[in-house]
Design a protein around this ligand. Structure first.
Ligand code: SF4
Length: 591
């Protein structure tokens, strides 16, 4: 059934694997072999995809698979103690499967619930606002083997937490109204309005949407494609979750308008695996729109055909990078392509493809109704319109804030009820970290550029631990394709662990700085190039938090070298002072 539903199409490989795992609990070798035969693909190709994604298990992972969200904001809310408590109650170690094969408990990167954490995924379903009492109940339900689908429904409730609305979140348009306005204007006029609006991509890079759409429209191909990048994986970002949950028609209108503008009849929404809970709702709404003439053949009787398919991700941050996303959409491991060629000419199936952020598409729909000049009057000359910010951490009111570009960081902090703030990360783990004397700076591409993640740290927080959390995040999420990033992110995490274990010296900080320079210049894609930005800022602006961890003025290994020599001492029958390091280094040198 699963294969037939996916037309035995190798491009659907990732979707098929996700569904096979949902059916069986894991992807057994026999399953992968049979799948390779059925799709007529080399088994190695199937295995490489199955082993790339964090949410796919090629070994038994338990009837209940519990993944605690491990963003720094989850840590600040006590996720580690909660995870340990669950493990204690279930008699297992974090990262392991219980001996009876019933349950595994581990961590995963940010699940996009920073405004209502700590959170976890139970067999892929999101449980928010964890407390010690809820952990007790979860352990009880697992021990009684109650299916996750029968757990209390209120546990799975995800709030929008919209705190501040502007033109986007208060748009007041009916479903399809923006699309009707765009069809009335026509493709050329829409491209003109997008150009006049000076709309820039909201994922963080800020590329001009009109240039992207025009380049794609002008590229030769058998077919053109629109992809909505709903893989927001940046730690601390959850704005697209809210747009998909409560503003979906505007996003779909935006996708249809993009399709009309570039000459595409097909679009994809690449939905991050952590937002699996939204899938059925979104599929239902797409089906309703088809019945209402707002999607599919001959939309609104205007002769325009455009339809949308939703693909799920499976826990890979790198798939937020557009070429990695396209690889994933084609059923492959999400590794960034070598560019050029760019997706606008050689994207999905090698055809011209525009990849846009969820927020960008929603704004494009607004522009189709209200016009480019209207939009351009909001924000700053170089950063037009409004920006959705996901604010979390040490604030009284975590949630979604919509502000015109140009708002200062201090104004955002004030609105969110932040007190005694020492630091703000302005673009998740991959952007700059601002200290208190920079809070007068403005959110805008020309000043503080952001994809929308604003994490706030008050004076009680140890910025060293923030840096260590970010370093582990990148070490886990590096796709491993290029050496500077694969090795650099791992070394970075190990050096910070070494400082945490009281084995650090100034040498380690110097090594880290050297490694960062190398990674920023030589990594293949944005992940490696940006993985050190926030940590570099913290090293400079919060230096004492790192220097407090330095144990020795001289180089010291990360492990106890003297203890490691004990076997050699036993073999040689020596245990005199000269056979020891530490205080006896001098004696050893004399020998
Ligand atoms: Fe992969 Fe990192 Fe290289 Fe990007 S920079 S291709 S994520 S290894």
């Amino acid at each position: 059934d699963i294969l037939e539903r996916h037309r035995r199409d190798p491009l659907q490989l990732l979707q098929i694997l996700i569904e096979l795992q949902a059916r069986d609990g894991w992807l057994a070798p026999a399953t992968l072999g049979a799948l390779a035969d059925a799709l007529g693909m080399p088994r190695a190709r199937v295995e490489s995809t199955a082993s790339f994604y964090s949410f796919l298990h090629t070994r038994p992972a338990g009837e209940y698979r519990i993944l605690f969200s491990d963003n720094i904001t989850d840590r600040m809310l006590g996720n580690q103690a909660l995870m340990q408590a669950l493990c204690d109650k279930l008699w297992l170690q974090p990262g392991k499967v219980s001996e009876d094969g019933l349950v595994s408990v581990a961590t995963t990167s940010c699940t996009g619930m920073c405004d209502q954490g700590p959170a976890l995924l139970a067999n892929g379903r999101t449980v928010t606002r964890l407390t010690p009492e809820r952990i007790d109940e979860i352990a009880h339900l697992i021990r009684r083997r109650v299916p996750v689908g029968d757990w209390p429904p209120e546990w799975f409730h995800v709030e929008d937490n919209i705190r501040c609305r502007d033109v986007l979140l208060d748009h007041g348009l009916a479903p399809g109204q923006a699309l009707a306005a765009a069809l009335e204007r026509g493709a050329t006029s829409i491209l003109g309005e997008i150009e006049r609006s000076a709309l820039r991509g909201r994922g963080g890079a800020g590329f001009g949407s009109d240039i992207k759409w025009r380049s794609c429209r002008d590229a030769w191909g058998d077919a053109h494609y629109v992809i909505c990048n709903a893989d927001e994986g940046e730690p601390g970002t959850f704005k697209d979750r809210v747009l998909l949950a409560s503003y979906f028609d505007l996003v779909v209108d935006g996708m249809c308008i993009a399709g009309m503008a570039i000459g595409a009849n097909k679009g994809f929404i690449y939905l991050r695996g952590e937002y699996r809970y939204l899938l059925d709702r979104l599929e239902t709404r797409l089906a309703q729109r088809r019945e209402q003439g707002l999607l599919g053949r001959n939309i609104l009787g205007r002769g325009f055909t455009f339809d949308i398919e939703i693909h799920l991700g499976a826990g890979a941050y790198i798939c937020g990078e557009e070429s990695a996303l396209i690889e994933s959409l084609e059923g492959k491991p999400g590794k960034p392509r070598i560019r050029p060629p760019f997706p606008v000419t050689n994207g999905y199936r090698g055809q011209p493809t525009t990849v846009n952020n969820v927020e960008t598409l929603a704004l494009a729909a607004l522009i189709a109704v209200r016009g480019g000049e209207w939009f351009r009057a909001i924000g700053t000359p170089a950063s037009t319109g409004t920006k959705l910010l996901s604010v979390s951490g040490d604030v009284a009111r975590p949630g979604i804030y919509e502000f015109p570009f140009g708002v200062s960081v201090a104004e955002v902090l004030e609105a969110a009820g932040a007190r005694d703030t020492q630091a703000v990360t302005s673009a998740g783990a991959a952007g700059h970290c601002l200290a208190a004397d920079e809070f007068g700076r403005r959110i805008a591409f020309e000043d503080v550029a952001t994809g929308g993640s604003i994490m706030v740290f008050d004076a009680s927080r140890d910025m060293f631990e923030v840096a260590r959390n970010f370093a582990h995040f990148f070490a886990h999420e590096s796709c491993g394709f290029c050496t500077p990033c694969r090795v650099g992110t791992a070394v970075n995490a190990r050096l910070l662990d070494k400082l945490a274990a009281d084995h650090g010296s100034p040498y380690d900080l110097d090594e880290m700085a050297k490694m960062h320079r190398l990674m920023q210049g030589a990594s293949h894609c944005g992940l490696g190039n940006t993985a050190t930005i926030a940590i570099d800022d913290m090293l400079v602006k919060f230096r004492p938090a790192f220097e407090r961890r330095l144990h020795s003025p001289d180089y010291e290994p990360a492990f106890d070298l003297d203890a490691a020599l004990s076997q050699a001492r036993r073999m040689t029958g020596r245990d005199d002072p000269g056979a020891h390091l530490g205080d006896n280094r001098g004696a050893l040198a004399e020998e």
